[in-house]
Design a protein around this ligand. Structure first.
Ligand SMILES: *[C@@H]1O[C@H](CO)[C@@H](O)[C@H](O)[C@H]1NC(C)=O
Ligand SMILES: *[C@@H]1O[C@H](CO)[C@@H](O)[C@H](O)[C@H]1NC(C)=O
Length: 606
């Protein structure tokens, strides 16, 4: 997958030394914003902010119109917007806000952005892992792992395996294997577990292999033990063999992962995320952390049972914090694996591997009964489905669950609007099943950068016809509230890269489409900027039962916003991918401020 080169650049090397320092700065950042300190001025209950422009919703156009609202007030008691208004009516505003001057702050405001599908702990772990994205030779992998061990003393032991992520056999020039790491004397004998770019395979070192039983099964249902050119790679269900031996990070370490992840996510304008699969034990940790000042990102978490694709309601308490910082009311089920490793379940065989049509991780009857059980227990059901067979079975399962929930309703779409079942990824869907999704209103949860990362090989896997009629729909799904996201750490979390990919259908890292489609791939499925922004704001809010509260700047909504240097509608499609966030605010508190010479000067200018 040549498109994945330099996904992450030097981000990780920066972080290796930076995490501890920046984390210790964070409380300082907050104390500046703490509303109830020192004097009357900061103790006021309502604070008012005016900017050069405020885009209250994705579609809020004509921003340069004088009648447009560019100010809002925020309750510091409950962190919601109390009023949205225009500075041209500020005489009235001043009176109401107790004489406060509504100075115009530099910058242009968007509603707080959401990632509709990501993995918080894994992203944090990624930030603390070896970065193998774009590594294009075994030597390059070894060089990066040596550097990683150098920067992380004590890692690589039996108690604390070294983790990495981002390798891809297509970039690497061949499938890796355990002994590839033994050639280097620094790496030799160390414990490594290195995830493929799509996290559907893991590559382990000789030391880890030696912990596995001698009599590994020949076949693993729903998975694969790769044996050529040598042992070392385990895919999908076969990863469980390795995971069973992996010494889990301690709670302290996971807490550090979460804190690092939140800090990085705020930098790209995210105020919230849908966490697509969290174990009950981690949810307990979230619940604890969410009551502290370290928890600065809104998290809508989907429960994932310790044993995948099971029913574990006893371990899955629903959570709904009134301040909207943590919500748990949904479950994640998994129908299949990923396209890159031929793991997605297809109705017809792969075009480039006619011997296989991928594999399901669960059979149709189990998937349906799980959807029924979870929805009867009051959970939103969200099913991972990539291949067209997986999507078909997911729709079958969700439809059956809706019929159970609303037995007297001839119109399942009204029932679905209340329960909001989702298909995570919704990547390759047979035209007949696309019709069913539209009819019922099943929510597609889509990652625009997956389309632009996969476009280089999608047509090889799927053939021309399936690619054209089934793959990576976006515009044609607009009527059923698509939720947009990135699937971080599989893709970088920046919603601006996602917006760029959705609008241009080009790779945000290269600025180009695949060969033959340099100007953009499947442009008939591209979104407008407003439509794409909607997916990262109100679409995510709808899919997380926060419509009217999140992704919008209006009275009563969570006071979350993002400040950019420029009005997003004015930067042009190419400008989207380079956009830098000035500030990110969550619940009326500033959680990120870009520290740059230019910004400091700009502030002094005001
Ligand atoms: C939040 O507090 C403000 C006053 O500070 C009040 O007007 C508003 O109704 C409150 N909103 C909610 C959702 O409690
Ligand atoms: C589906 O899988 C379940 C659990 O693995 C098994 O008990 C059941 O027999 C399977 N059903 C069919 C129709 O294969």
């Amino acid at each position: 997958m040549p498109s994945s080169t330099v996904r992450w650049g030097t981000r990780l090397s920066l972080l290796a030394g930076g995490v501890a320092v920046v984390l210790s700065l964070q409380p300082h950042l907050f104390s500046q914003q703490a509303p109830l300190t020192f004097n009357d001025d900061t103790a006021q209950e309502v604070r008012t902010y005016c900017y050069q422009s405020v885009r209250a919703t994705a579609a809020d156009a004509e921003l340069n119109n004088n009648n447009n609202n560019n100010c809002f007030s925020v309750s510091s008691k409950n962190g919601t917007f109390t009023r949205v208004f225009s500075s041209s009516s500020s005489a009235r505003g001043r009176e109401e806000e107790g004489g406060e001057e509504n100075e115009i702050r530099k910058g242009h405001v968007l509603p707080g952005l959401w990632d509709g599908h990501g993995h918080l702990i894994q992203y944090g772990e990624f930030l603390h892992s070896a970065d193998l994205f774009g590594a294009d030779s075994p030597g390059e992998v070894r060089r990066r792992l040596r550097a990683y061990l150098g920067a992380n003393p004590g890692v690589g032991t039996r108690e604390s395996w070294a983790r990495g992520i981002g390798w891809d056999q297509m970039v690497l020039g061949g499938m890796p294997f355990a002994d590839m790491l033994e050639e280097d004397e620094v790496l030799r004998g160390k414990y490594f577990m290195l995830d493929r770019v799509d996290v559907h395979c893991t590559w382990v070192s000789r030391a880890v292999l030696d912990l596995l039983p001698e009599d590994l099964p020949e076949e693993v249902p729903g998975g694969e033990i790769v044996r050529t050119p040598g042992m070392g790679v385990f895919c999908d269900n076969a990863m469980d063999l390795v995971m069973a031996l992996w010494p889990r990070p301690s709670k302290e370490r996971k807490t550090a992962f979460v804190a690092s992840a939140m800090r990085e996510l705020h930098k790209v304008g995210l105020v919230g995320m849908h966490d697509a699969g969290v174990l009950p034990s981690d949810l307990a940790m979230y619940d604890e952390m969410s009551r502290t000042d370290d928890w600065t990102l809104r998290v809508y978490a989907m429960v994932e049972c310790p044993e995948r694709n099971t029913f574990c309601p006893g371990e899955a308490a629903k959570v709904e914090h009134p301040d909207g910082m943590l919500s748990v009311r949904s479950v994640k089920l998994f129908a299949d694996g990923a396209l890159g490793s031929w793991g997605s379940a297809m109705i017809e065989p792969y075009s480039d591997r006619p011997d296989t049509s991928g594999s399901l991780l669960v059979n149709a009857s189990t998937l349906t009964s799980l959807a029924q059980s979870w929805s009867a227990a009051g959970f939103q059901v969200n099913i991972h489905a990539i291949g067209d067979l997986a999507n078909r079975l997911a729709i079958d399962a969700l439809e059956a669950a809706l019929r159970d929930l609303c037995p007297d309703s001839p119109d399942l779409s009204a029932c679905q609007a209340r329960h909001r079942f989702r298909i995570e990824h919704s990547q390759i869907i047979h035209p007949a099943d696309q019709k069913r999704m539209h009819a019922i209103g099943i929510i597609p949860s889509i990652q625009p950068t997956h389309a632009t990362s996969d476009m280089a090989y999608a047509a090889l896997r799927l053939g021309e016809e399936r690619t054209r009629t089934e793959a990576y729909r976006m515009r044609s799904l607009l009527d059923i509230h698509p939720v947009l996201g990135s699937d971080f750490p599989v893709e970088p979390p920046s919603p601006f890269e996602g917006l760029y990919a959705a609008v241009t259908r080009k790779n945000p890292r290269t600025g180009s489409g695949p060969p033959g489609h340099e100007g953009g791939w499947q442009m008939e499925e591209a979104l407008s900027l407003e439509q794409a922004l909607d997916g990262f704001t109100r679409g995510a809010a709808w899919g997380g039962f926060m419509d009217g509260k999140a992704g919008v700047i209006q009275q009563g909504a969570f006071a979350d916003w993002v400040v950019l240097d420029e009005e997003i509608g004015g930067v042009g499609a190419e400008g989207l991918r380079g956009l830098k966030v000035r500030e990110t605010w969550v619940g009326g508190k500033r959680v990120y401020q870009r520290e740059e010479e230019s910004l400091v000067e700009a502030k002094e200018d005001l």
